[in-house]
Design a protein around this ligand. Structure first.
Ligand code: XBP
Ligand code: MG
Length: 261
């Protein structure tokens, strides 16, 4: 691996636990606002997370229920309506319910900025949702912190397709081994790996036990040094979190690691 030049962040599940308490709740509010009795409980939403993209998730569910519109054009129209409403409710939830950034995320963002490592967003979620979340946590000028922002509407094919990573690398003018991706899900890991981007997995609530292949490291979150594979070196630093040097160490171990993960 060459010198680490950028860290590319997934959003939902990685920057914050937005799925269970954010998007899912907002989808249910949107169903209600449209007079539908449909509800996605936590378990059903966990199944539906296999389908990336909110609109795609709605269509997938609608095609399988007996009380959904029969015509494809009607399903598409309803999905558009529900998705727009969902995003409005989601913005309201993140603005008020304050879904926090996951532990260690803010610190690693700051450390990257301090050490001249570029930041990027590589997500399948809509730009409006990224804005809503990051404005709350990083302020109105949040976008200035990121050298590249590739969102759901920017790609033809969402994760697990690697297009989001190819676009981010092209925009940065970097090769895959110049960067590290941080993801939380099997689909996110597949997308990064298919673009040859080394990926670190911070497991989120919905993917605690999921089989995730090809990561250079997997652990419970950036806020702890325990529970990681490969294990982290003990540190003399006060902080009990994953730092940039750890990402670089994992990259250096990459070839060895892939033999046992
Ligand atoms: C996660 C997703 C998204 C969100 C909903 O993306 O699959 O679909 O659940 O977002 P990532 P939209 O983890 O890559 O951020 O409704 O805006 O599609
Ligand atoms: Mg994710």
């Amino acid at each position: 691996m060459s010198e680490l030049k950028a860290v590319l962040w997934d959003v939902d599940g990685t920057l914050a636990e937005t799925e269970r308490d954010g998007h899912r709740v907002a989808f249910n509010l949107a169903f209600d606002a449209c007079g539908l009795s449909w509800r996605w409980d936590e378990a059903r939403y966990g199944e539906l997370l296999r389908i990336t993209g909110g609109k795609e998730r709605l269509l997938h569910d609608m095609e399988r229920r007996s009380d959904g519109p029969v015509l494809a054009t009607e399903r598409a129209r309803l999905a558009n309506l529900l998705h727009a409403k969902k995003n409005a409710f989601y913005a309201d939830i993140v603005a008020h319910a304050q879904i926090p950034l996951r532990e260690g995320v803010g610190e690693l963002l700051d450390e990257c900025a301090d050490r001249g490592v570029l930041l990027g967003i590589a997500t399948t979620t809509s730009r409006i949702n990224v804005e809503a979340l990051l404005r709350v946590h990083l302020g109105d000028q949040w976008a200035r912190s990121f050298a590249v922002l590739v969102c759901g509407e920017d790609v033809q094919r969402k994760k697990p397709d690697p297009e989001v990573y190819f676009q981010a690398l092209r925009a940065l003018g970097l090769g895959p081994l110049d960067v590290v991706a941080i993801e939380d899900s099997p689909g996110g890991a597949s997308a990064a790996r298919a673009a040859d981007v080394p990926v670190v997995i911070t497991r989120s609530a919905y993917f605690l036990n999921a089989t995730i292949e090809g990561a250079i490291a997997i652990g419970p979150g950036l806020g702890t040094r325990s529970g990681w594979t490969p294990a982290l070196h003990p540190t003399l630093e006060q902080e009990e979190r994953v730092g940039l040097d750890d990402l670089v160490d994992w990259c250096a171990q990459m070839d060895t690691v892939s033999q046992f993960m």
